[in-house]
Design a protein around this ligand. Structure first.
Ligand SMILES: *[C@@H]1O[C@H](CO)[C@@H](O)[C@H](O)[C@H]1NC(C)=O
Ligand SMILES: *[C@@H]1O[C@H](CO)[C@@H](O)[C@H](O)[C@H]1NC(C)=O
Ligand SMILES: *[C@@H]1O[C@H](CO)[C@@H](O)[C@H](O)[C@H]1NC(C)=O
Ligand SMILES: *[C@@H]1O[C@H](CO)[C@@H](O)[C@H](O)[C@H]1NC(C)=O
Ligand SMILES: *[C@@H]1O[C@H](CO)[C@@H](O)[C@H](O)[C@H]1NC(C)=O
Ligand SMILES: *[C@@H]1O[C@H](CO)[C@@H](O)[C@H](O)[C@H]1NC(C)=O
Length: 332
């Protein structure tokens, strides 16, 4: 049995040596595009396995081929240091579903328009590079996008409202850039799928759109911006968002009226201008694990019960006149 197998593989191997191109799985058009991308980067070390005389579906790193069509579905470079700009040739891989260029410190310049040709793209991760220019509004042409992750770059300008037309979007991460302007009200149109909205560490201004009242986010992080006003639209009996971070902004509203709900696990409100006192229902939050209201203008007694005394005093310190455990201040 095993001798037969050996004979068979020996035969196959010599066939491959004789007719290498006949057995190549790599789609010739995709291969040409990938080699053009490699040439555009002009770097001898990264993408070293991309060689014209080998099969891109078999021997190349950083790419994946579809098992039946053998078209390129994924380009992923997470180590190495691709220099220069994202080449326009990337738009010529029509079956691409995943594009991940991550932690390429020397990858600079804008996100190219050619990317809009990738009609099958579901996962776009260009995080931890040195990209500049805007978050382009033309990204809305990628109507199958589920993940749009552009964190840790030098992107500037405002968040385009056109992103709201991305119906399948479930995760939008634009944190740690240099974005300015307001959060578009249209983002509330991305409904019902628990959008992860991560916009922290930017220069966003203005108020949270009132239209967010009708949206149930999966997770919200708008910390370290310059946002003002109220956040009560994120709260209510029908909300299920478990993790929210509003810290280090200029939010100014009456905490007493917050309609907290049972699903809350993490709520960070530190360093704002929040006034009023705790809603009594705070003691009913049995899953609350991270809670911080320090550096605000809160007053009154910290209600006794639930998880509220399980946090240390730094959860509550630097407020106007909070009292009761775990603070050392007794209520008069
Ligand atoms: C980026 O490019 C500069 C100049 O070519 C080079 O000195 C540096 O090592 C590169 N940085 C990384 C992280 O590759
Ligand atoms: C961007 O480039 C600067 C300067 O070359 C470098 O210090 C920094 O680490 C880079 N940022 C990222 C996220 O790679
Ligand atoms: C990106 O911003 C960082 C920090 O402000 C800076 O050091 C770096 O040079 C910038 N990179 C580019 C490509 O503008
Ligand atoms: C909560 O959902 C119920 C049922 O869908 C609906 O009738 C009610 O108006 C909602 N309440 C709020 C405050 O949105
Ligand atoms: C609350 O936030 C303040 C300010 O960032 C920080 O100093 C403190 O350690 C935090 N406390 C907890 C319990 O997270
Ligand atoms: C609370 O009071 C006790 C007794 O006076 C003191 O030892 C402790 O340092 C105080 N703790 C804080 C956080 O102020």
């Amino acid at each position: 049995m095993s001798t037969t197998l050996h004979l068979l593989s020996a035969l196959l191997f010599s066939y491959y040596l004789l007719f290498p191109t006949a057995s190549e799985l790599c789609n010739p058009s995709d291969k040409k595009v990938l080699l053009a991308i490699k040439e555009a980067f002009n770097d001898p070390y990264v993408l070293i396995s991309w060689k014209p005389d080998t099969d891109c579906c078999v021997e190349w790193n950083n790419v994946e081929c579809d098992e039946t069509t053998h078209r390129i579905t994924s380009v992923t470079v997470v180590v190495g240091d691709l220099p220069g700009q994202i080449p326009a040739a990337i738009g010529n891989l029509p079956y691409l579903e995943t594009l991940r260029l991550h932690k390429q410190a020397n990858l600079t310049g804008p996100i190219p328009y050619a990317i809009t040709k990738l009609k099958n793209l579901k996962y776009l991760d260009l995080t931890w590079n040195n990209l500049t220019g805007p978050v382009p509004s033309f990204l809305s042409k990628l109507q199958n996008l589920v993940y749009l992750h552009l964190s840790f770059n030098n992107l500037s300008g405002s968040i385009p409202s056109s992103l709201s037309t991305l119906r399948p979007l479930s995760s939008l991460r634009l944190d740690r850039n240099k974005l300015t302007g307001t959060i578009p009200a249209s983002l509330s149109a991305i409904k019902g799928n628990g959008l992860y909205l991560i916009l922290s560490h930017n220069g966003l201004t203005g108020e949270i759109p009132a239209s967010f009242k009708d949206t149930d986010f999966g997770q919200v992080d708008v910390s370290r911006n310059k946002l003002k006003g109220d956040i009560s639209m994120f709260f209510g009996p029908n909300k299920t968002t478990q993790i929210m971070d509003f810290s280090r902004n200029q939010f100014e509203f009456d905490m007493t009226k917050l309609e907290v709900y049972n699903e809350l696990i993490s709520l960070d409100l530190n360093h704002n201008k929040i006034y009023g006192s705790f809603p009594k229902a705070m003691t009913e939050l049995q899953y609350l694990q991270i809670f911080n209201v320090s550096y605000n203008r809160l007053c009154g007694q910290i209600p006794v019960g639930g998880r509220l005394q399980s946090f240390d005093y730094t959860t509550y310190f630097h407020n106007r006149c909070l009292c009761g455990a775990p603070l050392n201040v007794t209520c008069s």
